[in-house]
Every structure is written in structure tokens, then in C-alpha cells.
Design a protein around this ligand. Structure first.
Ligand code: ADP
Length: 492
């Protein structure tokens, strides 16, 4: 059940030979081992960099193992770390003392290798089970609190209105009004349950992000299109001319952006323009969504991203929501390794939400070769082959993104997959050829069987080579692209 790889063990022993032996045995079994030779250092290490398990020698000068144990088990942050006491003593009372002070197990020195590995493994498995159980208890408590606080209110209103409709006589207009309230409450309940389950799945690690290089511009454009037009709350996109790709899970990122944009509209009841912009840093990008809506009171800012938190004041009482949207955004951005935040100059002064994402590769704004290909695995392979030939590359997952990129950079050659989502490879070639007479040479990489006429047409459109997509495709394409780059450089 347990995978040793990467599990971190701290060995605390004042005798270097003993420590080195244990370290070697554990390292060989795949553990990530650190050693310290005294109690004080052990406590400092554990505080700043807690391991999964500690092997603790009892007989040490200055601070002995018992004292270390007492301190470890007395601190909230370290008491859960399992400790195996290492003792040279045959004395039963001393071993019992270590167990009483909180050691989970003990091993007698000289330590037997098989016994060491078996005990470490078992203890880590038990600890994993214990942690999983703790997480289940936490989730159960949270579910209970959600059911008792958050679900009861809309349910009570649904039941209340149903009873009224069944027992009293109302005019047609009133009945309709009640039914509309009931529909809204029903929808709110559904949204609440969906959002809550979504968040639970993410927190329990069952739903993880799958990162790939993503072009932000088309993703943001799509998010804006999804929200539809609202003439009183128009959304404007204001991006730098060339925005490098970021590492992201497109679906999850879409969820974040649509959430922030729909909040910007929802909390701008008087209308107002919404601006989406991006600022490039050295390693990544900061996306900002700025509205001119209700703004956020200062005291609410630190709590905004907490689950179920909603700013409660008269302006917003009629605006429905679950208080989970921002918590979901925070979780998704955290899983991307990014940060998210909000600022506002106060109520009525609008709000700005921002998040950061890392660039896919350092400084990929322009490269020698533009790879137009939606298969990320093949892209990586081709990039590696090109790098081996001294060429840098940028990627575009589809023809639209590639055309955007060509608007701001001038690659020396293009590697093009003909089978692309959206605009086809042939259409892309035509668009490139129409744009400029100096279009870069194109190496076609394709699974398609092309006849003579098709080949001739591709040549006319600027293709200089055709590489069939087989096992050697990446290295062959890299070689053809390198030739194209060199030929271009030698042109007068
Ligand atoms: P909700 O479902 O309530 O919109 P969120 O988690 O998305 O939940 O947001 C939490 C709270 O943060 C909201 O109730 C709202 O008070 C505040 N908020 C979020 N976005 C904005 C915004 N753009 N302007 C003003 N307040 C906002």
C-alpha cells in the first residue's frame, strides 16, 4: 500500500557510523533520508521541515532522546510524526519509558536491516491510515455543518412556500411570484451542492489539474464569449501583444476565469465596464479582472476566499450566491502553483481580482521554430530534438494561436501538423502565405497519405519538406527544420 519513494525519514543519532548505516539501508530502499547528530538540531529541522517519520537514538549527550520525544509530542505541529526509538539498551523499563513518552515503536541496536525496513514501512502505513481517517472525520464534520447551516435555509423556504401554495388561496400573480422564488431557491441548492462536491473532490485529491502549455488569449476570449453579451457590463480584453504560453489545465482555468468574470458582473448591479488585463513578470503572468461595481469592505478582504463566506450588507442581499466560487478558484490556482488575491478601495469603489500562472518555459516569447501541433507529447519530443540541434522553439496548439504568434514574432521555420483542431493545416498555410511574401519555410508533419497533387499544392504554399508521423518523426522533422533554418540564414 505504501510507496517508499519520496517518503522522508529523519535519523537522529550522535554516532556517525550508526547514522550512516541506517541512512544507507533506508536510502537503498527508496526513502529520502536526512541525518542530524543531536536533539536540538532535530527539533529545529522537524519544526521547519517535518519528515514523515523519525528514527531517534535515545542515548545522546546534552539532550537525550527522551527529552526530544517529550518536546516533539508536546508540540501541536510535530506530535503526529511517528517516532521509532533506537536503543542499545536491553532494559525493559527504558523501552517502556520511550513508548510512554509517545514513541510508536522501538528498535534495538545494532539494527537489523530487515527489521528496520519492516517497522518503518508498517509505521508509515499506519500513519497514512490515521491521516486518512482524520481527513474523513474532518469532511464528515464539514458536511454536517453544511447540511445544518447552508442547505437548511433554502430547503425551509422551499417547504414553506409549498405549504402556503397548498393550503391558502392566492391570486395567479402571487402564485407565480412564489413559484419564481421557489425556482431560485431550488437552483441555489443545486449550485451549492455542485460547488461543494467540486471543492471536496479537489481537496481530497481525487480531482487534480493536468497541466499543459496554454495560450491565454483564446482561453480568455472563450470565457468572455461563454458569458454572453451584457451591454451595461461590457468586458474588454487588454492583453500585451505577445503573451507566452502558461502551464495550465484549460478546463480548470476556464472555471476560474468565468467565475471571476461572472462575479464582476454580478456585483456590478449599476453596470460598469469590466477590464481583463495581464502583466508579464519574469517567470509568469498576472491576470487581472477589474470591475467598477460594489467594491469590497476592507475587513472582508482577508475572508473572501474562505468557504461559504459572503459579504453581507444591504447592497448585496438580493444577489444570490453560494459563497463557494472564490474558494474553488483559490483551490484551482493553488493546484497550478499560482497565487490569487483581491483588492478594492472600499465599498462602491470597484474590485480587482488577480491570479498568477507560470510560463510554460522560460522566455518563450519567440523562438527559432514555431511548432503548430496539438499533441503535447510530440511537441515536447520535437522541442528536445531541436534543442539538441541548438534551436529553440515555441508551441501553438492550433492554427489560430499560431497566427496570433506570427503577428508578434518571426520564427525562422514552422513545423506544422496538418490535422489540427479548428482551422486546418492547409488553411493555416494559405493564411500565412497571404500575409507576407517572406513567410517562414514550413515542414509538414502528417499522418495523412498525400497524393502528388496535394503535395504540389503544399509546396506552392511554402512547404519545404514532408515528414510522415512515424516513430522517427520528431528527429526527422527536427533535421528538416534545421536545414530550413540554415537555408534561410544563407539566403542573400
Ligand atoms: P458568491 O457565490 O457569494 O458570489 P464567491 O465565493 O464567488 O461567492 O464570492 C464570495 C463573496 O465575495 C461574495 O459573496 C461577494 O460578497 C464578494 N465578491 C466576490 N466577487 C466580487 C466582486 N467582483 N465585487 C464585489 N464583491 C465580490
Amino acid at each position: 500500500m505504501n510507496d517508499e519513494r519520496g517518503r522522508r525519514v529523519l535519523v537522529v543519532d550522535d554516532k556517525p557510523d550508526n547514522a550512516a548505516l541506517v541512512e544507507a539501508q533506508l536510502t537503498r530502499a527508496g526513502y529520502d533520508v536526512a541525518c542530524v547528530d543531536n536533539g536540538r538540531e532535530a527539533l529545529a529541522t522537524v519544526t521547519f521541515d517535518p519528515p514523515d517519520l523519525i528514527l531517534l537514538d535515545i542515548m545522546m549527550p546534552d539532550m537525550d532522546g527522551y527529552q526530544v520525544l517529550e518536546q516533539l509530542k508536546g508540540r501541536e505541529t510535530t506530535k503526529h510524526i511517528p517516532v521509532i526509538a533506537l536503543t542499545a539498551l536491553q532494559d525493559r523499563a527504558e523501552k517502556l519509558r520511550a513508548l510512554e513518552l509517545g514513541a510508536s515503536d522501538f528498535l534495538t541496536k545494532p539494527v537489523d536491516r530487515a527489521e528496520l525496513l519492516a517497522r518503518v514501512r508498517t509505521l508509515l502505513e499506519l500513519n497514512d491510515l490515521w491521516k486518512a481517517q482524520g481527513e474523513l472525520v474532518r469532511m464528515k464534520d464539514e458536511l454536517l455543518s453544511v447540511v445544518s447551516h447552508e442547505l437548511r435555509t433554502p430547503l425551509a423556504s422551499l417547504v414553506g412556500f409549498t405549504e402556503l401554495l397548498l393550503t391558502q388561496d392566492y391570486s395567479e400573480d402571487q402564485r407565480r411570484e412564489f413559484l419564481i422564488v421557489m425556482m431560485h431557491e431550488g437552483r441555489r441548492l443545486t449550485a451549492l451542492i455542485n460547488d461543494f462536491l467540486d471543492l471536496q473532490r479537489m481537496e481530497s485529491g481525487r480531482q487534480t489539474v493536468h497541466l499543459q502549455p496554454v495560450d491565454l488569449k483564446p482561453l480568455l476570449q472563450q470565457a468572455i464569449a461563454t458569458l454572453g453579451e451584457d451591454l451595461e457590463r461590457p468586458i474588454v480584453l487588454d492583453l500585451p501583444a505577445a503573451l507566452p504560453q502558461v502551464d495550465a489545465d484549460p478546463d480548470r482555468l476556464m472555471q476560474v476565469v468565468t467565475n471571476l468574470l461572472s462575479n464582476a458582473r454580478k456585483y456590478s448591479p449599476q453596470g460598469g465596464r469590466i477590464r481583463v488585463s495581464a502583466v508579464m513578470g519574469e517567470r509568469g503572468v498576472r491576470v487581472r479582472i477589474e470591475d467598477r461595481g460594489l467594491g469590497i469592505p476592507k475587513e472582508a478582504l482577508p475572508k473572501l476566499f474562505q468557504k461559504f463566506y459572503r459579504v453581507d450588507n444591504s447592497d448585496r442581499r438580493s444577489i444570490t450566491g453560494t459563497g463557494l466560487g472564490l474558494a474553488i478558484c483559490r483551490q484551482i490556482i493553488a493546484e497550478h502553483g499560482g497565487r490569487i488575491g483581491a483588492k478594492s478601495d472600499g465599498e462602491g469603489k470597484g474590485s480587482t481580482f488577480w491570479f498568477t500562472l507560470a510560463f510554460s518555459r522560460p522566455n518563450p516569447v519567440s523562438g527559432d521554430v514555431l511548432i503548430v501541433e496539438d499533441d503535447v507529447g510530440f511537441c515536447r519530443l520535437l522541442e528536445a530534438e531541436l534543442a539538441a540541434l541548438g534551436l529553440s522553439a515555441v508551441r501553438a496548439p492550433n492554427a489560430e494561436a499560431a497566427l496570433d504568434r506570427l503577428a508578434t514574432s518571426a520564427p525562422k521555420a514552422i513545423g506544422l501538423d496538418l490535422l489540427l483542431p479548428g482551422i486546418s493545416g492547409e488553411e493555416f498555410l494559405q493564411a500565412v502565405a497571404q500575409r507576407s511574401r517572406d513567410a517562414p519555410p514550413v515542414v509538414i508533419i502528417t499522418v495523412k497519405d498525400l497524393d502528388g497533387a496535394q503535395r504540389a499544392q503544399l509546396c506552392e504554399l511554402g512547404a519545404v519538406a514532408l515528414v510522415p508521423k512515424g516513430p522517427e518523426a520528431a528527429s526527422q522533422a527536427a533535421a528538416r527544420l534545421a536545414e530550413a533554418v540554415i537555408a534561410g540564414a544563407m539566403r542573400p
